[in-house]
Ligand binder design. Structure first.
Ligand SMILES: Cc1ncc(COP(=O)(O)O)c(C=O)c1O
Length: 365
């Protein structure tokens, strides 16, 4: 039925496989930035917490009776530490982006996305009966020009705190443009939450930005928090509207109770240990900087290569050495690249070893 399409994927080196990798490989590929996914004490604490309740599963939508005290406690903690008025948990980051964009962008509104915005937002934008624009990656002037040149009831701008493939930080000026042009600003903190900021809360904290009425923060729990799920933080009115109109929240089973309990434990730990974790992140960024001579802004190290097959060869070289790294190809990115995560759980000497091996095996552009 799909033979031709599959053949085309094979021919262009774009065929992807799911592999259960040996768990003893040194993981430099996942988004488990802080190494929490292998912290057994977090797992145990979450089991204990869930065990206090009669039901360990959500069983229904949040609007029926799936909203659990564990969800509520997590939302309250999120609001307190992030200084947002209100919160709602979501099943995943993909669903959270779908919820935000599908519900908030109404008929006469305009959605403006950074051209590198995540696929979930791009897919959601296709469901809209509203104007959709893309502005040049991280370019506040281009965003401003688009906002000035169009007519709309509301404008909703969507950006990421740290971009998942480039690893670069959101330009602070974008907050200013959103304020000046009176737009809603969705900040997807999938890769910045747990990674930057005084207590690792993300890009708002990193820039010292106090949440305003026009700010929406989306955070995912499957990356630095070593769990699964997501949340949205905003003012009360926006959260009430989402709770009523976002189909991916209304017509979906509430997020896993265990995963939210685990995320709560992880978030508390990242707060408690932020100083030590930040130092560990910095050491790994410095190492990448030293070896590859790049200014590394985040724990996402991007190394461009000349072809998809080069990316695969380097991945396989790393595998032979006992390491897992990401080989990212089209359509995810336009230029093939290695995506190496400077995970806190990986010792510096082990990281140095594979970096030197890669450096001596290939001339990176
Ligand atoms: C920037 C960004 N937003 C959203 C998502 C989706 O989050 P989730 O994996 O929780 O569905 C991802 C990645 O998966 C992402 O990289």
């Amino acid at each position: 039925m799909y033979e031709r399409e599959l053949l085309a994927l094979h021919k262009s080196n774009r065929f992807r496989e799911r592999v259960c990798y040996d768990e003893n490989l040194i993981d430099l590929a996942s988004n488990d930035y802080l190494g929490f996914a292998e912290d057994y004490s977090l797992f145990e604490a979450a089991v204990k917490e869930v065990g206090r309740f009669r039901f360990h599963a959500p069983k229904a939508s949040q609007l029926i009776n799936g909203y659990h005290p564990i969800h509520k406690a997590f939302e309250e903690y999120l609001c307190k530490i992030n200084r947002f008025e209100s919160a709602i948990v979501a099943g995943s980051g993909f669903l959270a982006n779908l919820s935000l964009i599908e519900a908030l962008v109404r008929k006469k509104d305009m959605l403006v996305l950074d051209e590198h915005y995540h696929a979930s937002g791009v897919m959601a934008s296709k469901l809209l009966d509203a104007k959709v624009f893309y502005f040049k990656h991280n370019d506040a002037d281009d965003l401003q020009n688009i906002l000035k040149s169009e007519k709309y009831d509301r404008a909703i701008v969507a950006v990421e705190g740290i971009y998942s493939m480039n690893g670069d930080l959101l330009d602070k000026d974008i907050f200013d443009v959103a304020a000046k042009e009176d737009t809603l600003l969705i900040v997807d903190e999938a890769h910045s939450g747990g990674v930057i900021g005084e207590t690792l809360l993300g890009i708002f904290e990193h820039y010292g930005i106090k949440p305003q009425n026009n700010h929406i923060k989306m955070g995912t729990l499957g990356k630095a928090m070593g769990s699964y799920g997501a949340y949205i933080l905003a003012n009360e009115e926006i959260i009430l509207f989402l709770q009523n109109r976002a189909k991916a929240l209304v017509y979906a089973t509430a997020p896993s109770v265990f995963d939210i309990a685990l995320s709560h434990e992880s978030l508390k730990k990242s707060q408690r240990s932020s100083k030590m974790l930040k130092e560990a992140i910095l050491q790994r960024k410095n190492l990448a900087n030293e070896i590859f001579g790049k200014k590394v802004e985040s724990p996402i190290l991007k190394l461009c290569v000349r072809s998809s097959s080069d990316a695969l060869k380097l991945k396989s070289l790393a595998l032979d050495e006992g390491y897992l790294i990401g080989a990212i190809r089209a359509p995810t990115v336009s230029v093939p690249m290695l995506r190496i995560i400077l995970r806190v759980g990986v010792p510096l000497d082990k990281m140095r070893y594979i970096f030197e091996k890669l450096k001596s095996s290939y001339v990176f552009s």
